[in-house]
Every structure is written in C-alpha cells, then in structure tokens.
Design a protein. Structure first.
Lengths: 226, 226
DNA sequence: TTAAGACAGATTGTTGACAATTTGAAGTGA
DNA sequence: TCACTTCAAATTGTCAACAATCTGTCTTAA
C-alpha cells in the first residue's frame, strides 16, 4: 500500500499543490477508487480538494502524460479503460525494456547493486518460507525485484520510462484485475536465476531470462483471463 | 522540416492555444532555435507569443513530460542538455523497443503494411541512386523507415512511446549534433534485410537485425564524437 | 578579506472570473 | 414517429491579478 521503494523518498516537502494533487489522484486511479473509464469533472474535483481548477488541471495533465488519463480538447478527461489488449501491450513493452535493463545491469555489475539484490532475494526467500509459498509473488515483492533491476541498469531514460511511467499502469492492472499470482515458487526461482546471470556478468543470458520471466507472467495472466 | 509523416495529420483545426504553443516550442527546441540547456522565462515567452502565462505553462508541462524540458518547483524550466551519455541511453532504449516493434511487425504481417514498406523502400532506393549514394540516410528517409516499422507493430503503447516521445529527442540530437551519416548504402541494405525478415514472418530474425542496425548506428555516432 | 545575513527585484505558484465550446433536451416540422 | 434545429446549462479554455518563493546584491560584522 505504501509503495515502499517505489516513489523517490527524497524531499517530502518542497512540493507544490499541483504535485500533491497529482500524487493523490494517481493513487486513487491506480487503486480504482476513481473508476477506470469514468469521466473527470474539473469543478467537482477542485471543490473536493479545495483547490483551484488551475492547479487541478496541472495535475490532470501530468496524469495524462503518464497514460492514466485521456483528455480531449473542449470535452474533458477520462480515466483510461482497462482492456486485455492494453495489458498485453504493456507486457510486450516491459519484456523489451526490462530485458534491456537486465542486460545493462549485468554489464555494469556494480558491487552495491549486487549486494542489494542478494539481500533482497534472501529477504524474499525467508518471507516465502514463512508464509508457505503463497505470499511471495504479491505485488510488493515482485515490484521490489523489478524495480531494483531497472535501477541497476544505470540508464536514466530507461529507469524513468519504466519506473515513472509504465509501472503505474502495471499496478493499476494488478489492483483492479486482481493479479495475485499462484506462480510463487516458480517466480522466485526465476528471479534467483536472473540475479545469478547478472552476478556472472552475462548480459545476454540475463536479458534472455528476464524476457522469459515476463513472457511467462504474461501468459499466466492470459490464461487467467479466460 | 515539415516533419512529413511524423505528426498525425488529422485535425489541423480543433487545437487549443496551449497545443499550438506546445508544437511551436517543440519544434524550436528540437531544431536548437531555443538552445539546449538554456533557461525558459515564462513571462518572456508569454509576451513573445501574445499568450497568457497559463496557456504557456500548459505547453511547458507537456514539453517536460516529453523529456525536452526539466522543471524544478519555484525555480523554473530549462531545456535539457545534450550529452553523449544521454544519446547512448537513447539508443539503448531504441534498440530494445524498436527490436520488439520489429518482431511484432513480423508476427502481424498485415498486407497493407508490407505493401507500404516495400513501396517506401523502393522510393528510397530510387532516391539513393539519383543522389549518388549520399542522400538516403538523411533524417527524413531514415525516420520514414523506423516510423513505419513501429506503426506496423500495432502496439499502441509502443507506438506512443517511440513516436510521440523518444523520436523527438532523437531528432534533437540529430539536428544539433549534425548526424548526417555516411552509412548510406550500408543502412539501406540493412533496412532491406529487415523488411525481408518481416515479410517472411520471422519475428526473431527481424528483431535481431533491427537491434544490430540500431547498435551499428550508435557505434557510428560514438566514433564520430571522438 | 571573508562569511553570514537582510533586502529588493524578479520569477513562479495559485486563484477566481470571463470567453468559447460542447452537450443534451426541448421544440418544430415533415 | 423520426429527423432536424434551437437553445440553455454546464464544462472547458484562457486570462490577468495576487501570493509565495527564489536569486543575486549589498551591507555588516568578525
């Protein structure tokens, strides 16, 4: 819930009203409290938050550029619809980008990142044993893993594209279509192998394994939706 | 200059003032008329375009989400700096995304797209012969190629990410670092092979060739920068 | 001479009001 | 009954003024 590690923790203060509105609305859209496909009324939301329409509009535009809203001139904004096709498209892009992130992480192979990855995996293993193989592949643990791999790529454009854009859509689908997966142990082993490839500095293998991992996750979702 | 084929041609009218400002400023930043790294003064730009600061700010925010501007609270906006690192990051992301686009285009293989790709390539070949092997790999021709492949992927998220976000940064680097490449004939042959793989429905090969193509282009730039 | 602090100018963030456009319903005619 | 037009209410786009914040300069004291 608290999106641990997802949002940059630096500078809680120093944020504008528009930014706070943006963060709040993003959370409500991701979690479905503002329903997918519903229309956004600027005056209504502005009243609700005791803000002016100007500040609210700034927040809405940032949500649009995140791909969570669609705005049309002189008509207004709507929350995006969730569709199977949209979900598959998202996973295809993730496969490409996270595969590349994984390759780059392996080629960089900074010591701090390796330590952090190992530590995280150990934490997940412990948690998994504790909770009887059901809890690991919950949103938080899985996001931790993918988030850290992407960070380790050291490619700012890649990091921004995934962590500040695509992942919010992923979370939106998970929350609203309920993607708690039964792939717990298998996903854990896959994560483990990916980290091994990164440690070995084998970028090609790391990319391959990550792409398979995401593809498997996508197929798992496809099966569930039918 | 006129970005033929790059911008969606539909609905020239029906655009707001903020959108026109956005398009104008985007062009000036891409072409370097507003220098990279320079500070943006809201009052000054607003006066220049006879617009209010509100409308201008909306345009600036859209430029920020495009990655062409960086804004800091209570400080203002600056045009992004061009750096070798930024360029390399851009090409790494392109390699991943356009590789995937190419794979998807090969798996889709719609008849219209194949015809259009063939026709475009023929046009480029003719143009190349006419102009003695120097003119092909100019921005327009090369963009045509990459643009159409991406469109043929039929993945709207991928299309949006590349065509509406990354390509403007690519163009900015090309304009301002002068990337008219001497890879004319070689690039043409690579384009040709990629299209053959797509026609054959060989997604794996198409992806591989596109990634090599972009990697070669990147290395070419790296060499030039030293 | 240098470093810390105060101040003025300018810039950005925010607001409420006005103008332009869309939407949906009521009304008219065939 | 259906299609088309008219019109009013609501919504969005745009603007200019006000408030909060930053930047650079000047002063002052160690």
């Amino acid at each position: 819930m608290a999106t641990i590690g997802m949002n940059v923790p630096i500078r809680e203060a120093h944020q504008s009203l528009a930014e706070r509105l943006f963060l709040t609305l993003r959370g409500e859209i991701v979690e479905g409290r503002i329903a997918a496909g519903s229309k956004i009324s600027e005056p209504e939301l502005a009243r609700r938050f005791n803000a002016s329409r100007g500040s609210l509009r700034e927040a809405l535009m940032r949500l649009e550029s995140l791909g969570l809203l669609e705005r049309r001139v002189n008509v207004g904004a709507r929350v995006v619809e969730l569709s199977e096709r949209g979900l598959l498209e998202l996973y295809e892009v993730r496969e490409a980008l996270e595969g590349m992130a994984c390759r780059l992480a392996a080629e960089q192979r900074s010591d701090e990142d390796l330590v952090a990855l190992r530590r995280m995996l150990a934490g997940h293993e412990q948690q998994e044993e504790l909770q009887a193989g059901k809890a690991y592949f919950q949103p938080e643990g899985d996001f931790d893993f993918h988030f850290r791999i992407v960070q380790a790529s050291k490619n700012d454009l890649l990091i921004d594209t995934l962590c500040n854009r695509l992942y919010y859509r992923v979370r939106m689908y998970r929350y609203q279509l309920g993607m708690a997966s039964p792939r717990a142990q298998r996903a854990f082993r896959e994560h483990s192998h990916i980290i091994e490839a990164i440690e070995a500095g084998d970028g090609e293998l790391a990319e391959l394994l990550m792409r398979r991992h995401i593809r498997a996750s996508r197929q798992n979702i496809e099966n569930k939706l039918r």
